[in-house]
Design a protein around this ligand. Structure first.
Ligand code: PGA
Length: 238
């Protein structure tokens, strides 16, 4: 819940200018703004390599759900992706993995790529349950319609989001190896599903996190509000 139209114009124009000058970005760049900025961002990014995504969607295509937004509406506004199951949705709105799976399926129905988020809380990590929590969340949150072209999975330990703290590189590697194994067992294109790490990704730690096996990208929160930091993280992509 950050940003307004003025900030959006400066951010997308600045980002575009750099990516257009470089010729190509070292990675695929997606911006997922609040819903009211999707249309304007999609227009500003039109013809560039920047894709736009939403931060949440409803499971239904339309209907009496005041205040909600359908995946089809996000697509209509110019989004190509949508985040589902972010920890703030799971916590603030009591979203369960069952609901997250239905939202991801709704994204697929609308032709969007679902970015499915999961991750353990601090007490789950401290009690040694991180692997089992993430295993269960992945099993329930990812729908049967998943393939490598329509689904991205983001591991975001809840305690690392917005705190400046990150797991050890070994801990990230362990979780991502498990995610990869699970996805590969369940889906033919599981080995190619992109796995993002998220939670306090900053210019000073991005290169190390992005170099870990099975970490294919980053989900960036706070550092994406500063264009220079965001560009520095893009530059850290191997
Ligand atoms: P952060 O946020 O990068 O500020 O920790 C991550 C997120 O919001 O998913």
């Amino acid at each position: 819940m950050n940003g307004n139209r003025e900030m959006t114009r400066g951010f997308v124009t600045g980002l575009r200018a750099v990516l257009d000058t470089v010729g190509r970005s070292p990675c695929d760049v997606v911006i997922c703004p609040p819903a009211h900025l999707i249309g304007i961002m999609a227009d500003l990014a039109d013809g560039s390599s920047i894709a736009i995504g939403g931060q949440d969607c409803h499971v239904e295509e339309s209907g009496a759900h005041t205040g909600d937004i359908a995946a089809e509406m996000l697509a209509d506004a110019g989004a190509e992706l949508v985040i589902v199951g972010h920890s703030e949705r799971r916590t603030d709105h009591n979203e369960t993995s069952d609901l997250v799976r239905n939202k991801a399926a709704a994204a697929h129905r609308a032709g969007l790529t679902a970015i499915v988020c999961l991750g353990e809380t601090e007490s789950e990590r401290d009690s040694g349950a991180a692997l089992s929590v993430v295993e269960e969340q992945l099993a329930v949150s990812v729908p049967h319609s998943c393939d490598a072209t329509n689904t991205v999975v983001a591991y975001e330990p809840v305690w690392a989001i917005g705190t400046g703290r990150t797991p050890t590189l070994d801990d990230v590697a362990e979780i991502h190896a498990q995610l990869r194994r699970q996805l590969s067992e369940r889906f033919p294109s599981g080995p190619a599903v992109r796995l993002l790490y998220g939670g306090s990704v900053k210019p000073n730690n991005a290169a190390k996190l992005l170099a870990i096996d099975n970490v294919d990208g980053a989900l960036v929160g706070g550092a994406s509000l500063d264009l220079r930091d965001f560009l520095a993280i893009i530059d850290s992509c191997p």
